[in-house]
Design a binder for this molecule. Structure first.
Ligand SMILES: [Mg+2]
Length: 206
């Protein structure tokens, strides 16, 4: 077996570095589709740039509980989400250097449709595992707990709370995916680096 075969045969060669990757709005374009759904169903006329807060209740003018219900309603509709631009190529390259894990805040009761959506783009062996932290639900876990358990070296997320949680509790390199809802956050610790695209992530991780 030559070196190239060794490098591409993951049964033989497994990278020893670990990257933990958020799913929604990092790999899959949740908000792009959620806005369309919300505009149609609830009569809003929101654009992507209007989502300037992570708290959708604030954007939609409803209670927190109602916002969770609407997100759940959308996720239960089993709509296939599009990939974030550049995610496929970057992840394809990164898996030669990192063991990749998805760490999503989604509840585990939508595990099947989530895995279905991921496997419509990525082969089964792309990710070592997919963790559901059940944010907003019972038995929720912090993403820092998962990152510690899997010995992550790098963590990527579009949520400021999540990158701060991982940086403060695990102390690893974190990338904040630039999105309208995290624009107002300034003065992040140096170890939290804002990234603007998947090619940006690739360049900073290889
Ligand atoms: Mg996200």
């Amino acid at each position: 077996m030559n070196n190239l075969e060794l490098l591409t045969n993951r049964e033989v060669y497994k990278p020893n570095k670990v990257m933990a990757i958020d799913l929604d709005d990092t790999v899959l374009d949740l908000n792009g589709s959620l806005i369309e759904f919300h505009n149609l169903k609830y009569g809003t006329s929101l654009k992507y740039e209007d989502i300037d807060s992570f708290d959708l209740a604030k954007i939609w003018g409803c209670t927190h509980e109602e916002s969770i219900r609407r997100i759940e309603e959308f996720l239960n509709s089993n709509k296939e989400l599009k990939l974030i631009e550049g995610a496929f190529d970057a992840i394809f390259s990164l898996r030669n250097k990192y063991q990749l894990y998805i760490v999503t805040a989604r509840p585990d009761f939508i595990e099947d449709s989530t895995i279905g959506n991921i496997s419509s783009y990525f082969s089964e062996d792309t990710f070592e595992n997919i963790f559901f932290t059940n944010h907003f639900y019972d038995k929720s876990r912090k993403k820092s707990e998962i990152c510690r358990n899997i010995n992550a070296d790098i963590f990527i997320d579009d949520s400021v709370n999540n990158v701060l949680d991982v940086y403060q509790n695990v102390g690893i390199k974190t990338f904040l995916m630039d999105r309208p809802w995290n624009h107002s956050i300034k003065n992040l610790p140096n170890e939290i680096e804002r990234v603007f695209s998947w090619s940006d992530i690739l360049e900073k991780s290889l």
